[in-house]
Design a protein around this ligand. Sequence first.
Ligand code: PGA
Length: 213
Amino acid sequence: MVADLQGLKKGKLRITIVTTAKYFVPSLLGTFCKRFPGVEASLNVTNREQALIRLEENLDDLYVLGQPPEDLHVESQPFLDNPLVALAPVDHPLADEKNITLERFSEEPFLVREAGSGTRKVVKRLFDEHGLELNVRMELGSNEAIKQAVIGGLGVSILSRHALHHEPRATKICILDVQGFPILRQWYVVYPVGRQLTIIARTFLEFLHQSEH
Ligand code: PGA
């Protein structure tokens, strides 16, 4: 506490994030650690299911998720938009179409994330709500693998727009104009109710809210 009063925040900060948050959380953490060099940060990147297991076991200070869990007692604070977009290779027949129906989009071979992924859960729910089947061409275990498979012409997909940031080959992927898209979501920072946050965790929480992403 004395160290805190002196502005010398020292100690550990353990964060678990879902895979898509890896496109922006590490750089925020970098800025934070430069500002507070005494912080020893660890960042665990995993899918939603694994992140929720860690949350239930109370292993980390903070979690960054695409949606707070419904069945765990948590504090959650939205801090950033997380639009999900429909993707295809640039030379796809639907690339220049406007206002594509979800039904038409659902006919395309689809590249889906692995079981346990939050992105997959949102996609499944969307198709279920519209009474549509996903025409699954392939299941892939990461956003990167999905992007490369889209570029390779294996199918279409739905990913967070954050997954396209800093993508050197982004021009080979296009965002389709599908009705109801982008799916508007947010990023949440989450922690178990009753967890006594360290001063470092609280400072990072404030920092997340104040940062220009
Ligand atoms: P995922 O999570 O990396 O497990 O797909 C992303 C999300 O929940 O939005």
